[in-house]
Design a protein around this ligand. Structure first.
Ligand SMILES: [Zn+2]
Length: 282
């Protein structure tokens, strides 16, 4: 499997494809059409999606993945996958698929969802049309452009000396702990969102907020913006009902953690690595 493929985002489909094959990211509900039998999870590579004899509701060009064209299509609900393929939830695909492919699959899911939910103008109610050169739905009546929705969320690792603050969310299906996270509100800076979310979810105040990195999170359209911060003051309280437990852990006594590719895990791994380095340098 190609490990370091580059993805170039494009909107305008190629005039002619010269018979070359393209990657097809086919979405049904929130699931992706993948090959059943291969060792690594992959999407169909076909000259034309019509080869699969599946009807489609919509189609968008995504760009080039390792020099190969990529399209996303939506398959109507209730249709069975072709022989040797299955519709797999994106959360299940996560970790089984090449990271760049997964990112394109997440992009495909969000574009299909955006197209499906922006068929009519939110201002005047007219039927929209897909903009020819931009990733936008355009209202022919009032001219309003509807871009794919992105919801920025902060995620933050909080340290207190050799300890890290982790929470067990009510939403987690498995009893695991993760870093605190929450959506940014209109009018708020990312740093203000960090301070507010941490206060709401744990009762503590943080300082020295530093940018760590970001990750698109297509469930359904978040952009996770990661930070580290240090404990400033306060005691843990569970006031907003989002978490069933929030507590301090040390690197040698961590609970069950989120999966390897998540930014939450990257933050925690960074913390553990730093602890290991500081104890080995003593
Ligand atoms: Zn309109």
């Amino acid at each position: 499997m190609m490990e370091n493929v580059e993805f170039v985002s494009l909107v305008v489909p190629p005039k002619e494809r010269l018979g070359g094959r393209a990657w097809w990211f086919a979405i049904q509900d929130d699931k992706l059409l993948v090959h059943q039998d291969l060792a690594a999870t992959t999407v169909p590579l076909l000259s034309d999606f019509g080869e699969l004899a599946l009807p489609i509701l919509r189609q968008h060009y995504l760009g080039l993945l390792g020099g190969c064209h990529c399209f996303t299509v939506e398959i109507p609900k209730g249709l069975n996958p072709p022989t040797g393929m299955r519709f797999e939830g994106l959360r299940q695909v996560y970790g089984q698929m090449n990271e760049t492919f997964f990112a394109v699959a997440g992009r495909a899911l969000q574009i299909v969802d955006w197209d499906r939910t922006h068929q009519f103008c939110g201002r005047c109610g007219s039927r929209t049309r897909t903009h020819p050169t931009e990733r936008a739905k355009e209202c022919p009546q009032c001219g309003l452009l509807h871009f794919p929705r992105l919801a920025p969320a902060i995620i933050v690792l909080i340290q207190r000396g050799r300890e890290v603050l982790l929470a067990r969310s009510r939403r987690f299906e498995t009893p695991m702990y993760s870093t605190l996270a929450g959506f940014v509100e209109p009018g708020e800076t990312l740093e203000e969102a960090v301070i507010r979310e941490v206060k709401e979810e744990s009762g503590i105040t943080v300082k020295e907020i530093r940018y760590f990195g970001s990750q698109p999170w297509p469930f359904p359209h978040s952009l996770m913006v990661g930070f580290t911060a240090n404990y400033a003051s306060g005691e843990i309280t569970l006031s907003d009902g989002e978490n069933v437990d929030v507590r301090w852990f040390t690197a040698d006594n961590l609970p069950r953690l989120p999966g390897k590719l998540s930014i939450a895990r990257k933050l925690i791994d960074w913390f553990v690595q730093k602890q290991t380095e500081s104890s080995s340098s003593k």
